[in-house]
Design a protein around this ligand. Sequence first.
Ligand SMILES: Cc1cc2nc3c(=O)[nH]c(=O)nc-3n(C[C@H](O)[C@H](O)[C@H](O)COP(=O)(O)O)c2cc1C
Length: 398
Amino acid sequence: MSVQDAHSIEDLRRMAQRRLPRGVFDFFDGGADDENTLRANREGFERIRLRPRVLVNVQEPDLSTMLLGRRAGAPLVIAPTGAIGAGWPGADVAIARAAARLSIPYTLSTTATSSIEDIATLAGGRLWFQLYVLKDRAFTEKLLERAGAAGYEALVVTLDLATGGKRERDLRNRFTVPLRANWTTVRDFATHPGWCLQLLRHGQPRFKNLVGFEGASDPRASIAAKVGQSLDAAFSWDDLQRLRERWQGKFLVKGVSRGDDADRLAGLGVDAIWVSNHGGRQLDGSVSSTDALPDVLRGVRGRVPVLIDSGVRRGVDVVKALALGAQGVAIGRATLYGAAAAGQAGAERALAILTDELRRAMQLCGTPTVAKIDAQLLQPSGSTHEPNQTVDHETIGR
Ligand SMILES: Cc1cc2nc3c(=O)[nH]c(=O)nc-3n(C[C@H](O)[C@H](O)[C@H](O)COP(=O)(O)O)c2cc1C
């Protein structure tokens, strides 16, 4: 079956599920604890109802928009995803290339399986670097230097990972990176020969940005534990301020769910705020991204653009997020399922599905441009989501 036979992100998800050992698929697919927030993210989008406009000329919908001062091919951003080489060798490069083809920003994770430099050389395009602040400040500093030297446009500091979330699927599957053979995993690997052969040919996935980092090399720790042990849980406002002053380029913060935090962050001089609950992988029970967004927008009061992720699986979800007031929408698993199913072709298919659905949704909503997607599309008060402030998508992102 080719990825061209996939007609939805869910189709790509199933293809990835068939191809991957259970441990790897569950690492990509799963959430924390009881996965309540993972489900709530989808329910949040599914609950929103739109009021389409009629008799608008929508012959040639224009999906392009301004994101952080530059035109992007669609109001989309690739969210950072760590350890994804476990699904497909070179998955990071595959997704980055797909993003470059669509002219949308690609965010490379601190725990990526390709290096900062390799992505810049092999993929190009608009590159953002996501930073987990590590206890080892000198190493953190080095990461910043490398991203700056490689020409990354933006730094995205993830704030919702003071410690690793409890992902029970990973614990049960005894999932680790590097992948290790044990009674649980051997059978799992052996029953997925295509994936196994690829692994033998290309070797173990590694955290390429963390080479030489002591905290990440404990061979007994699970991936979540490794990251968890190395994170600087003492990182707070003054540290963020110093980091902001240290980085010359655009500065984003990811993992914000509250209006009061957003207010203070906007005052601190960040260039954008990224609403996220890490795709339900961190605090189970945290508010869904669509429920967090209105409060964050109230806190921001139009000072900086707001991005959103967690739960986006359809083009119409993008319309809903923009109608709520987001400037752009980030996607994690959608392109990851594609890449895990078929490398770059799969990542491109995921983006083609999402942009085709977005184009269709814009036509059916009577919104020929991204700027026309506003709060008027939402159901008026009394419904689950009140129309929020109208956002000028063209100017605020400059
Ligand atoms: C396998 C996987 C790895 C991830 N790794 C990171 C990471 O290294 N840094 C980070 O800030 N977020 C990470 N995330 C969270 C994503 O950036 C994003 O917030 C989330 O996937 C959005 O939800 P969605 O998958 O429903 O689109 C990861 C998510 C997944 C699924």
